[in-house]
Design a binder for this molecule. Structure first.
Ligand code: PMP
Ligand code: GLN
Length: 386
C-alpha cells in the first residue's frame, strides 16, 4: 500500500456497522435511512431496468437528469445552469469530491476544510498529494458550533488552492450562516482560490435553524469559482444508488469530467432517469421529508437529554452530536465501543473526523434517519444509561 494511504484504515462507519450487526444493536452510527425513497422514483428505476437503460450512459450523465438538476437548482436556489456544459453526473457526492480535488490540486497545494470533516475528504486530499488545512468547529454558547475567524484567516496562504465546505454539516448538524459564508467567500476572492461545496443535506434544514441554507455559489463573486456538489442519496433515501452531481462554470465541470472519465467513466445507467423524476417532485415532497426527519430528531434529542447527555443543537442533516462528559465518558471512541454492550445502541465518535483530536474527544454522533419506532426503542435503551 502506498505511503499516502497508510493512515487510512477501515472507516469508522464500517467498524461501527459491523459492531451493530455483531451485537444486535440499533445502528444509529452510519447514516442511512431504513425506509425507501419516493414510490415515483422507485417505479421509474424499475421501468428503466425493464425498458433497456442498461448500457453506458453518456459521460456527463443522461440529458433528462442534467435538465432535472438544472431545474432543481433554479427552483430551490435561484442558480441557473446550462445542462449541456455546467453539470456532470457522478458516482455519488463522494466521487464528485474526489474528482474535484484530483482535478484541481497539484501535489503540495493546500485545501482549507472545516473539522470535523467527512472522512473521505482527508483521503481524497491525500490521494491528490495535497495538504489539508483544517479549521476547527467547536460548540460555543448554547452548544451551537462555530469557528474562530482568526484560525480561518490563518489557514489561507499562498499555497491554498481551494476551500472544501460542507453545509449543512455532517457530523455537527451546523448550517453555516450568511455571515460565515461571506467571510469564506471574501477569503476565497482575496486569495484567488476555488470553493468546492458539499451540499448533500441541502433539503434537510430544520424550521428552528438560525438561518436557511444558502449555497456558497449564490454569493457575489462566487459562482465563477465554485463547484457545487450534491447527491440523491440523502434527499431521496437511496444511499446505495450513488448518484451525485457537480455543477459550476463549464471550465470547472469539464476538469471534473476529465478525471471522472478515468475513475468510473459513467455510473448508474438505469438509476439516472429515476433520479431525474425524483428531482422534479413537487415542493411538498421536500418539505414533508424534512418535517419527518425533524420529528425524529426531536424524539432522539429528548431521549439523549433524558439519558444524561449534553446535546448540541442540530439545525440540519441526519445527525446530532452529544457531549459524553456528564455521562461519565472521557473518550468518545471507548464510549462508542462500549455502548452496544451497555444499552444496545451504536453511535459514532466524532474524534476520528478531527486532526485536533482534543477538540472532538468528548463528542459522539447519533443518526436519526430511522423509523419512528426505531428511534423510540433507541431512546428507551439509552435511558438505561442513567
Ligand atoms: N458528503 C457528506 C457530508 C456525507 O454525509 C455523505 C454521505 N454520508 C457523502 C458526502 C457521500 O455521499 P454519496 O453517498 O452521494 O457519495
Ligand atoms: N455518510 C454516511 C455517514 O456519515 C456514511 C457513508 C459511509 O459509510 N461512507 O454516516
Amino acid at each position: 500500500l502506498v505511503e499516502r494511504m497508510r493512515p487510512f484504515g477501515t472507516t469508522i462507519f464500517t467498524e461501527m456497522s459491523a459492531l451493530a450487526v455483531r451485537t444486535g444493536s440499533i445502528n444509529l452510527g452510519q447514516g442511512f435511512p431504513d425506509t425507501d425513497g419516493p414510490a415515483e422514483m422507485l417505479d421509474a428505476a424499475a421501468r428503466a431496468l425493464r425498458e433497456g437503460a442498461n448500457q453506458y450512459p453518456p459521460l456527463p450523465g443522461i440529458a433528462a437528469l442534467r435538465q432535472a438538476v438544472a431545474a432543481h437548482e433554479q427552483r430551490f436556489w435561484g442558480l441557473s445552469r446550462d445542462p449541456d456544459s455546467e453539470i456532470v453526473v457522478t458516482a455519488g457526492a463522494t466521487e464528485a469530491v474526489a474528482a474535484a480535488i484530483l482535478a484541481l490540486c497539484e501535489p503540495g497545494d493546500e485545501v482549507v476544510c472545516f473539522e470535523p470533516y467527512y472522512d473521505s475528504y482527508a483521503a481524497s486530499i491525500s490521494l491528490a498529494g495535497a495538504v489539508r488545512r483544517p479549521v476547527t468547529l467547536r460548540p460555543g454558547p448554547g452548544g451551537r458550533y462555530g469557528f474562530d475567524e482568526d484560525q480561518l484567516r490563518a489557514a489561507f496562504g499562498p499555497r491554498t488552492r481551494l476551500v472544501l465546505l460542507n453545509s449543512p454539516h455532517n457530523p455537527t448538524g451546523k448550517v453555516f450562516t450568511r455571515a460565515e459564508l461571506t467571510l469564506i467567500a471574501d477569503l476565497c476572492q482575496e486569495y484567488g482560490t476555488y470553493a468546492v461545496t458539499d451540499e448533500v443535506y441541502e433539503h434537510l434544514v430544520f424550521t428552528d435553524a438560525a438561518e436557511p441554507h444558502v449555497p456558497l455559489a449564490s454569493l457575489p463573486g462566487m459562482r465563477e469559482r465554485t463547484l457545487r456538489i450534491s447527491s440523491a442519496g440523502k434527499t431521496f433515501s437511496c444511499t446505495g444508488w450513488k448518484v451525485g452531481w457537480a455543477t459550476g462554470p463549464a471550465s470547472l465541470v469539464s476538469a471534473v469530467m476529465r478525471v471522472k472519465q478515468f475513475l468510473t467513466f459513467v455510473n448508474a445507467g438505469p438509476l439516472q432517469p429515476a433520479v431525474a423524476v425524483a428531482l422534479g417532485l413537487p415542493d411538498d415532497y421536500f418539505t414533508g421529508f424534512r418535517a419527518a426527519l425533524q420529528a425524529r430528531r426531536d424524539r432522539l434529542v429528548t431521549g439523549l437529554t433524558e439519558a444524561g447527555f449534553d446535546v448540541q443543537p442540530s439545525e440540519g442533516t441526519y445527525f446530532v452530536t452529544a457531549d459524553i462528559t456528564r455521562s461519565g465518558g472521557t473518550s468518545g471512541i471507548e464510549f462508542c465501543r462500549a455502548l452496544p454492550e451497555r444499552c444496545g445502541v451504536v453511535a459514532v465518535p466524532t474524534e476520528v473526523f478531527y486532526d485536533d483530536k482534543a477538540a472532538g474527544r468528548h463528542l459522539i454522533r447519533f443518526a436519526f434517519c430511522k423509523r419512528e419506532e426505531v428511534i423510540e426503542e433507541a431512546a428507551r435503551r439509552l435511558a438505561k444509561l442513567k
